[in-house]
Design a protein around this ligand. Structure first.
Ligand code: GLN
Length: 531
């Protein structure tokens, strides 16, 4: 049966808990263990699907169609696994399941309480990812210890420890260890306090991961002190996690600190030392000095870097494979509207219009697509970015000045992008889109086919609107080619302009399937064209 590692965070948020957990997972996998992950988010939304990227960054989509926290994306990229629906629970999801059962009379007249009903539901969700084939489940609890919303989750894992025993479940706590400029001192007190807060809730962490700024040292004396005051078994249970130069440095840094060794010791996992030779090779090629190229992401949440994290990562992965350093320029679509495409995009070698919802910035994105098409600048349209490419083509090549998506202009006669039939009568907003992986057949002789090197692919979706087949013939007759389709549902999945160097736009989200050492073919082809 699987063993569990519960990851919590203290002092402040944004400590890189997710990356720490993902890095530990990578080390355990490279020891030959099978690992899976789960993120528990204490907020009340049922999933992040209806949350603004301003609140929560990107919404990541799994193969089986769950809208999840962006940390799941980090897990998939670091661990090279495909997560399932049960990889992400929120308080909202837990409560809606309990309330549905209560309404169905399943609790036989009992009063429904946080303990035991909510905590039992949480424990069931955690145990739901365990199996004979999984050696280790890493469970990250979102938020910070002390948050009101997180209490039921912490109580649930406290109970699990009693039920499963110390050899089967380990607590890893991440905390900030700040450096005080004025005092010239590294302070361990906040970390100690957050461990105290945890122990007050009945949880004694086994391992303390101390996050510091780059260049700050955690001396052996400090490790001794932290171990002593936090009730840890020894200084080797205190792990230093400093700001890294590169995200993917972390597994190697944590290996050096002995994190996976101590985890295996504590959980009595017999596994050889992690072989990180390939990862090290990857880091060498990431850090090698390479020519730089700029690629723009034209979106509307450009103030929040995390809003386009998977797209940014996918561009970087494609850069590694193409031996260039991709500099991502986040461009606000409204700025393109105000200043014109040329003024904002003159210095980039490629343009990506990513997914998005709603009206704001649409005209700027259309202007960016036009600029790319007319100036033969490599373009990759993703989901909304594909719809934008079709709208731009219909307006400026077919001459339909009112061409639009029904999402933006429900009354237009030239609704080249239209709501799907099965979406028309759905009023609920959460979890009702075309979500998750669907097959796509590629047309031989196209750029898309050439990029993938195969004729059948599965790609992940998250949208309500589709290419309107009513305009397909006319669009194709005028120079935009359909290069990928979903045969079963007769849906256009990819369009391209064969005349251009690379002008490809897809209805799905290729960024969710890109890995640092296995870039997504469409991103790799984009960057190759940019070179
Ligand atoms: N808003 C568009 C739709 O729902 C595109 C969605 C997206 O880009 N993910 O179809």
């Amino acid at each position: 049966m699987s063993k569990f590692i519960i990851v919590t965070g203290g002092v402040v948020s944004s400590l890189g808990k997710g990356i720490t957990a993902a890095s530990l997972g990578r080390l355990l996998i490279n020891r030959g263990l099978s690992v899976t992950v789960q993120k528990l988010d204490p907020y009340i939304n049922v999933d992040p699907g209806t949350m603004s990227p301003y609140q929560h960054g990107e919404v990541f989509v799994t193969e089986d169609g769950a809208e999840t926290d962006l940390d799941i994306g980090h897990y998939e990229r670091f661990l090279d696994i495909s997560c399932k629906k049960n990889c992400n629970y929120t308080s909202g999801k837990i409560y809606s399941s309990i309330i549905a059962k209560e309404r169905a009379g399943e609790y036989l007249g009992k009063t429904i309480q946080v303990v035991p009903h909510v905590t039992n539901e949480i424990k069931d969700s955690i145990m739901g990812v365990a199996s004979e084939d999984v050696d280790v489940v890493i469970v990250e609890i979102g938020g910070t210890v002390g948050d009101i919303e997180g209490l039921s989750f912490l109580e649930a894992v406290r109970q699990l420890r009693v039920e499963l025993g110390r050899e089967n479940i380990l607590f890893l706590h991440c905390a900030l260890v700040p450096y005080l400029e004025a005092a010239h001192e590294v302070k361990t007190k906040p970390a100690q306090s957050s461990v105290k807060e945890l122990t007050r809730l009945g949880i004694q962490p086994d391992i303390l991961v101390c996050r510091t700024n780059a260049g700050i040292e955690i001396t052996d004396e400090m490790k001794e002190k932290l171990a002593m005051f936090c009730n840890l078994r020894g200084p080797e249970y205190v792990i230093h996690n400093s700001d890294a130069e590169h995200l993917y440095d972390l597994p190697l840094m944590l290996q050096k600190e002995g994190l996976d060794t101590i985890v295996c010791k504590q959980l009595k996992l017999k596994a050889p030392k992690a072989n990180m030779a390939d990862w090290k090779k990857m880091m060498v090629s990431i850090k090698k000095k390479k020519p730089q190229i700029s690629v723009a992401i034209v979106g509307k949440y450009t103030e929040v870097a995390d809003a386009y994290i998977s797209v940014t990562e996918a561009l970087k992965h494609a850069g590694i494979a193409n031996n260039v350093d991709v500099h991502v320029k986040l461009v606000n679509a409204e700025e393109v509207e105000q200043r014109g495409a040329e003024a904002v995009l003159f210095d980039v070698k490629g343009i990506v219009v990513p997914g998005g919802f709603g009206k704001r910035g649409i005209e700027g994105k259309i202007a960016a697509a036009k600029y790319a098409r007319e100036n033969n600048i490599p373009y990759l349209g993703i989901c909304l970015g594909m719809q934008i490419a079709v709208i731009e083509f219909a307006r400026n090549i077919l001459g339909y000045s009112d061409a639009n998506s029904a999402e933006i202009d429900p009354k237009t006669k030239h609704n080249v992008i239209d709501i799907m039939e099965d979406q028309k009568n759905i009023s609920e907003k959460g979890g009702t889109m075309r979500l998750g992986a669907y097959p796509c057949e590629l047309v031989k002789g196209t750029k898309a086919y050439e990029a993938y090197g195969t004729s059948k692919v599965d790609e992940r979706h998250r949208h309500r609107y589709e290419f309107n087949n009513k305009f397909k013939k006319e669009i194709e007759a005028n120079g935009m080619k359909v290069s990928g389709v979903n045969k079963k549902r007769d849906l256009v999945e990819i369009v391209e302009i064969p005349e251009n160097k690379f002008y490809v736009a897809c209805q799905f989200h290729p960024e969710f399937k890109s890995h640092p050492y296995r870039p997504h073919p469409l991103f790799a082809a984009l960057i190759s064209a940019c070179k």
